[in-house]
Write a protein that binds this ligand. Structure first.
Ligand code: NAD
Length: 292
């Protein structure tokens, strides 16, 4: 049976290390990293995410600001707020919670964020920096996924990695990070032919598809490491349940290690957002970026 990769415990450890780093930045440099989160509208899931982000930001000793705007807020008002945060020296990270209401152009808003404060790592400048191997702010879920893979496998150099999914938020950046770790990377997607045969080549599988329990145990090379990014809500036995993109019951019999859903990649996302905020604050102040 596969070793279960405990993302919740790993994220807790990361937050603990971060709290110590933040305390050190305050005492040595008088620097308190600060994160501003902007929420437009009343999307219930987004409200929960934003509340969790704020709570964990404060718990590690950083400054947190929540800007809650009405769903009817004009695009120009949101852009003016982003500009204000761009020039606020106490604010080192800016996150505009997606999705935005339909009348607002998300790409325009994300492009307006100062790339050095773009802690989501979605700005095209950061996408370019990542793909050319420069220091950059990297999307949080991909960073968390690769941290868990390295924790399970040690060095990833030379491994065959198959990423399922090619979104800008997960698939593409995770593939770039794996390339930087010297994996041989295949990106599979909805048009890939014979996906099970492609996945069977992999020492490391990263599934970011959004299809409940799609990857089956008999698609895996025995001993493969499986990082399941998917979060899917299904009905089972008359109850709502969260499952990943991998069929956990069959995969854990073949994999060497596997992340559960929930409790795998999910908890890493906010921890990596806080890590990006610390990194952004240090870079803005000319302080060496701490290893975290
Ligand atoms: P997306 O819908 O933007 O992209 C899905 C990708 O899967 C696409 O590139 C598509 O080509 C591919 N795909 C779809 N059907 C396929 C099939 N049958 N075979 C092969 N590939 C197929 O989704 P996303 O934003 O990348 O998110 C993917 C999943 O990860 C979702 O379940 C999402 O909820 C989850 N997610 C989790 C976190 C987290 O914090 N853990 C963060 C972001 C996304």
């Amino acid at each position: 049976m596969a070793k279960i990769i405990d993302g919740k415990a790993y994220a807790e450890g990361l937050r603990g290390r971060m709290a110590k780093t933040v305390a050190g930045l305050k005492s040595k440099h008088g620097l308190t990293p600060g994160l501003a989160v902007v929420l437009v509208g009343e999307d219930p899931a987004s409200k929960v995410y934003v509340a969790n982000k704020a709570k964990q930001t404060v718990e590690v000793g950083m400054n947190s600001w929540e800007h809650k705007l009405d769903a009817a807020t004009p695009e120009a008002t949101l852009l003016a707020l982003v500009e204000k945060l761009n020039t606020d020296p106490a604010c080192h990270g800016i996150l505009v919670q997606l999705p935005l209401p339909k009348h607002i152009d998300s790409d325009k808003v994300l492009s307006a964020i100062n790339p050095d404060k773009d802690v989501d790592g979605f700005h095209v400048v950061n996408v370019g920096r990542l793909s050319t191997g420069q220091e950059s702010l990297v999307p949080c879920t991909p960073v968390g996924s690769v941290m868990l893979a390295k924790d399970a496998l040690g060095s990833l150099a030379g491994l065959e990695a198959v990423v399922i999914g090619r979104s800008n938020i997960v698939g593409k950046p995770v593939a770039q990070l794996l390339l930087a770790e010297n994996c041989t990377v295949t990106i599979a997607h909805s048009k890939t032919k014979d996906l099970p045969a492609v996945v069977r080549r992999a020492d490391l599988v990263i599934a970011a598809v959004g299809r409940a329990e799609m990857v089956k145990g008999d698609w895996l090379k025995p001993g493969a490491c499986v990082i399941d990014v998917g979060i899917n809500r299904i009905e089972r036995d008359g109850k709502g349940k969260l499952v990943g993109d991998c069929d956990f019951a069959s995969c854990e019999k073949v994999a060497g290690s596997i992340t559960p859903v929930p409790g795998g990649v999910g908890p890493m996302t906010i921890a990596c957002l806080l890590r990006n905020t610390v990194r952004a604050a240090c870079a803005q102040k000319g302080i060496a970026i701490p290893e975290l």
